[in-house]
Design a binder for this molecule. Structure first.
Ligand SMILES: N[C@@H](Cc1ccc(O)cc1)C(=O)O
Length: 355
C-alpha cells in the first residue's frame, strides 16, 4: 500500500467508525451482521426455525464464500469513503490511490505476529490539511452507544464473559486491558504456517472450506488466530474470541482478508473443484440446522444491485468482484494451468517446509 493509500485507508476507517450506529452502512451495523445484535440487517429477516445467532456461517461449506462477500461489502463502503476523501486533496496521486483502493490483509501464516500498527494508540497520517496525529482506527472500535443496549447485548451470556462491560473492543484482556505482547508470543507457538500449508495438500473444495478440528481447512488456522487474539480465557475473552462480537474488532477484517487470499490461492491451484452439497450442521440467523447447502444457497444478508441474493457461485471468481492478490496474476494473458503452476510455486516458496 502506498503512503497515500494508507492515509486514505485509515481516514476511511475513521469515517466509517464515526458513522452513526443508526446507519445501515456504519461500522457498528456492518460488524453486527456477523454476530450480535441478532436483528435483521437490510431487511433480511430472521428465520424463526433457525438458531438465534448472527448471519455468519462457521463449520459450514459456506464459510469461505460468505466471508468473501462480507469483505467485498466492507471494501465497497470504505472505497466510497476513500473516493470522497480523495476529492478533498485536489491531487491526482490521492485520486489514483482512491481508484486503486483495496482492503489490506495480514498474512498470519507467514508473519505470526500482529502488524505493529494495530497496537498504536495514534497514527500519523497526511490529511488534506497536512500531517496529523489521529486516534488509530485499527487499535479498537469505540462503541458510540455505551453502555450497550442490554436487550441486544445481554450481560452474562455463556462464553461471552465481560464483553458487554467494555466501551471499546479489547484483545486478550487482563483486567480490561489488551495484552498484545502475550498474543504475539502465543501466535508464534501456533504452527500457523504448517497448518496453512497442509490445507494446500487437499484437492477437495468442501474439505478446504470448512473444518474446525483438523488442519485440512483454512477455517482451522483462522480459528486459532481468533482464539489467540481473543486470549483463550473463556471467563474473560476478548472480542475476537467470540462469534457474536468478533467483527467489531478492526483486526477481524485483516485476518479475514488473508483467509480470503489463502482461499483464492487454493482456487487458482484447483480451478475445477467447487462446493458440493452439504448438510448445514450449525445454522445461521436465516439457515436452519440440517438444511441443504449448495452453490445456490443465498449468502444472507448480501444482495446484488439487481436485488437477487449473492451465492457461492457469484463469489467464485475474483475477476468478477474486481480484485486479485499479488501471487495470482490473473490479469496476465496466461492459461489456467500455467496460473495454477505459478501459484503452486508461490505457495511452496511461502509456506512450504524450509529445507
Ligand atoms: N469460537 C470459534 C473461534 C472464533 C471466534 C470468532 C469467529 O468469528 C470465528 C471463530 C471457535 O470455536 O473456534
Amino acid at each position: 500500500m502506498t503512503h497515500d493509500g494508507r492515509s486514505l485507508y485509515l481516514q476511511a476507517l475513521i469515517a466509517l467508525q464515526q458513522t452513526s450506529e443508526d446507519e445501515l452502512l456504519s461500522w457498528f451495523q456492518i460488524a453486527g451482521i456477523h454476530g450480535r445484535p441478532f436483528i435483521p440487517w437490510d431487511g433480511i429477516e430472521w428465520n424463526p426455525s433457525a438458531p438465534e445467532v448472527g448471519y455468519c456461517p462457521h463449520s459450514s461449506v459456506l464459510f469461505t464464500s460468505w466471508h468473501r462477500i462480507y469483505l467485498a461489502l466492507l471494501e465497497q463502503v470504505l472505497s466510497s469513503h476513500a473516493q470522497h476523501l480523495a476529492k478533498t486533496y485536489n491531487s491526482t496521486t490521492y485520486q489514483i490511490a482512491a481508484d486503486n483502493f483495496r482492503i489490506p490483509y495480514w498474512d498470519y501464516a507467514l508473519t505470526p505476529s500482529m502488524p505493529d500498527i494495530v497496537d498504536y494508540p495514534q497514527v500519523l497520517i497526511n490529511t488534506s490539511s497536512g500531517p496529523m496525529n489521529v486516534s488509530n482506527p485499527l487499535l479498537h472500535y469505540r462503541f458510540q452507544q455505551f453502555p450497550l443496549n442490554e436487550t441486544l447485548f445481554p450481560a452474562g451470556e455463556s462464553g461471552e464473559g465481560c464483553l458487554t462491560t467494555y466501551n471499546t473492543t479489547v484483545r486478550f484482556p487482563v483486567n480490561g486491558v489488551s495484552n498484545c505482547d502475550s498474543i504475539n508470543a502465543n501466535l508464534q507457538g501456533s504452527n500457523l504456517k504448517a497448518n496453512t500449508y497442509s490445507v494446500f495438500q487437499t484437492r477437495d473444495y468442501n474439505t478446504m472450506a470448512t473444518g474446525t478440528t483438523s488442519n485440512s481447512a483454512f477455517e482451522y488456522a483462522h480459528n486459532q488466530v481468533h482464539h489467540t487474539i481473543g486470549g483463550f480465557n473463556t471467563m474473560d475473552p476478548g472480542h475476537m474470541g467470540v462469534f457474536a462480537y468478533a467483527a467489531f474488532d478492526p483486526i477481524f477484517f485483516l485476518v479475514h482478508a488473508n483467509a480470503d487470499r489463502l482461499f483464492a490461492l487454493w482456487q487458482a491451484m484447483n480451478p475445477t473443484s467447487f462446493l458440493t452439497p452439504d448438510i448445514d450442521s450449525t445454522g445461521t440467523f436465516t439457515n436452519v440446522v440440517g438444511g441443504n447447502l449448495t452453490v445456490d444457497s443465498p449468502l444472507t444478508p448480501f444482495t446484488m444491485v439487481n436485488g437477487s441474493a449473492w451465492t457461492s457461485t457469484g463469489a467464485r471468481d475474483l475477476v468478477g468482484l474486481g480484485y486479485s492478490y499479488p501471487e495470482i496474476m490473473d490479469w496476465l494473458p496466461i492459461s489456467k494451468d500455467d496460473l495454477a503452476k505459478n501459484v503452486t510455486a508461490a505457495v511452496e516458496w511461502m509456506y512450504g517446509p524450509s529445507t
